[in-house]
Write a protein that binds this ligand. Structure first.
Ligand SMILES: [Zn+2]
Length: 71
């Protein structure tokens, strides 16, 4: 999963890496269904995360990582 900034809403969305790595794709579709043309998806350090993508991304993390504690 890659966090890319959509130039449409200046928000970082989670995009499946398979889409981002495919040079033939003309647009990407985020976990939250936000879609953006590939040329408007920017690789920069995330500052504003899409709340919907955060929730959906969290659901993709295996339980043993999500619930891991220091103890
Ligand atoms: Zn999103």
């Amino acid at each position: 999963m890659d966090w890319l900034m959509s130039a449409y809403d200046s928000t970082w969305h989670a995009f499946p890496a398979a889409q981002v790595d495919d040079p033939a794709r003309t647009f990407y579709q985020a976990l939250c269904d936000h879609s953006v043309p590939a040329r408007h998806a920017e690789h920069t350090a995330p500052r504003v995360f899409c709340p919907a993508c955060l929730v959906l991304y969290g659901a993709h993390i295996p339980d043993e990582q999500r619930w891991q504690t220091d103890g």
